[in-house]
Design a protein around this ligand. Structure first.
Ligand SMILES: Cc1cc2nc3c(=O)[nH]c(=O)nc-3n(C[C@H](O)[C@H](O)[C@H](O)COP(=O)(O)OP(=O)(O)OC[C@H]3O[C@@H](n4cnc5c(N)ncnc54)[C@H](O)[C@@H]3O)c2cc1C
Length: 295
């Protein structure tokens, strides 16, 4: 069994910042665990610029921001375990971890949950029809294109005009794909204005407001969808070979479900609330960490 004063679960922007600020505040018994191979959470797959304006005064890409976090981690002696999944957390202030194929137990005094978020999938939406190949969430698509260099399809329809939807629409366009349209149920795009200008306007991607997908068609591979105008009720069939679901993120809190609200547990970053701007997630993670340590 491993013992530490502070266990931080998740080495994304929030987890690393929390661990480093705890270390700077004098807590030198910290274990930072993440199931991923590299630190940074969602950041390494976000190749676009737009990170770090408040913190660094200039726009960085996701990997550049992750590299800065990584450097700050390396300047400490925090015990960092990559490829380590935290499987469960118990009231007795112990956690079960799986590290490179072996199970172990960690005893801790305080725990900072920094497990990020997960995406809403098509299963969460009232969409009829089949569930063939060719349907991805925006984050999955981003990871497959940017990190795994996969070719996901040619004629792309995107559901949702939040930041994820707009950024992935531009990514597909830069890959030479045909983005048929971004569909948005509201009367206005839901992401940041700068992403609308840089992604939708600059790439001349059609956006259809007050419109949603009601049915998926295809066996084996998706061949089209039915869309509906929410004002007129008018339906239309649109052929496509790829459908991207970009309808939002949900804080990832499975690990602490059923634990209640013990005084040793704190949450930072997207598992606490969804942050559109990484600088805000980091600033608040540092603040919460200071509070956690002063108790
Ligand atoms: C597509 C996209 C584009 C964005 N664009 C911008 C932008 O342009 N500018 C900007 O400022 N912000 C942007 N953001 C927001 C910003 O990236 C996030 O707010 C921030 O990175 C969230 O950090 P986090 O540490 O909370 O979560 P994450 O980065 O998701 O990190 C969570 C970590 O927890 C780990 N984990 C989860 N469960 C476990 C477990 N059981 N055991 C071990 N490890 C676990 C995961 O592997 C992951 O590494 C964007 C976000 C997304 C999704």
């Amino acid at each position: 069994m491993i013992h530490c004063e502070l266990l931080v679960v998740g080495a994304g922007a929030a987890g690393i910042s929390a661990a480093v600020s705890a270390w700077k505040a004098g807590c030198h018994s910290i274990l930072l665990a993440d199931r991923a191979v590299q630190p940074g959470g969602i950041l390494p797959q976000c190749l676009h610029e737009g990170f770090g304006i408040a913190t660094f005064g200039k726009e960085l890409t996701g990997p550049e921001y992750a590299a800065k976090l990584s450097e700050s981690l390396q300047r400490t002696d925090i015990l960092y375990y990559p490829e380590t999944e935290v499987l469960s957390i118990a009231h007795e202030k112990t956690a079960v971890i799986s590290r490179r194929g072996a199970l172990d137990q960690v005893g801790f005094e305080k725990l900072l949950l920094a497990t990020g978020s997960r995406e809403k999938t098509i299963g969460a939406l009232p969409i009829a029809g089949t569930r063939p190949a060719g349907i991805f969430t925006a984050g999955q698509a981003q990871e497959r294109i940017n990190l795994l260099h996969q070719d996901l399809g040619q004629n792309i329809l995107i559901l949702g005009s939040g930041d994820l939807g707009m950024i992935i629409a531009r990514r597909f366009t830069l890959e030479g794909k045909h983005v048929i349209a971004v569909l948005e149920q509201n009367a206005h795009y839901s992401g940041m204005a700068r992403n609308y200008h840089r992604c939708i306007e600059a790439c001349r991607i059609p956006i259809r407001f007050r419109t949603t997908v009601t049915e998926v068609h295809g066996t084996g591979r998706i061949c089209g969808v039915t869309i509906r105008n929410l004002e007129t009720g008018e339906r239309e069939q649109i052929p496509c070979d790829t459908l991207i679901i970009a309808v939002g993120l949900i804080p990832e809190r499975e690990l602490v479900r059923g634990l209640g609200d013990p005084d040793w547990l704190y949450s930072v970053g997207n598992c606490r609330q969804i942050y559109d701007i990484v600088d805000s997630a980091v600033a608040e993670a540092e603040q919460i960490t200071r509070k956690a340590l002063s108790l």
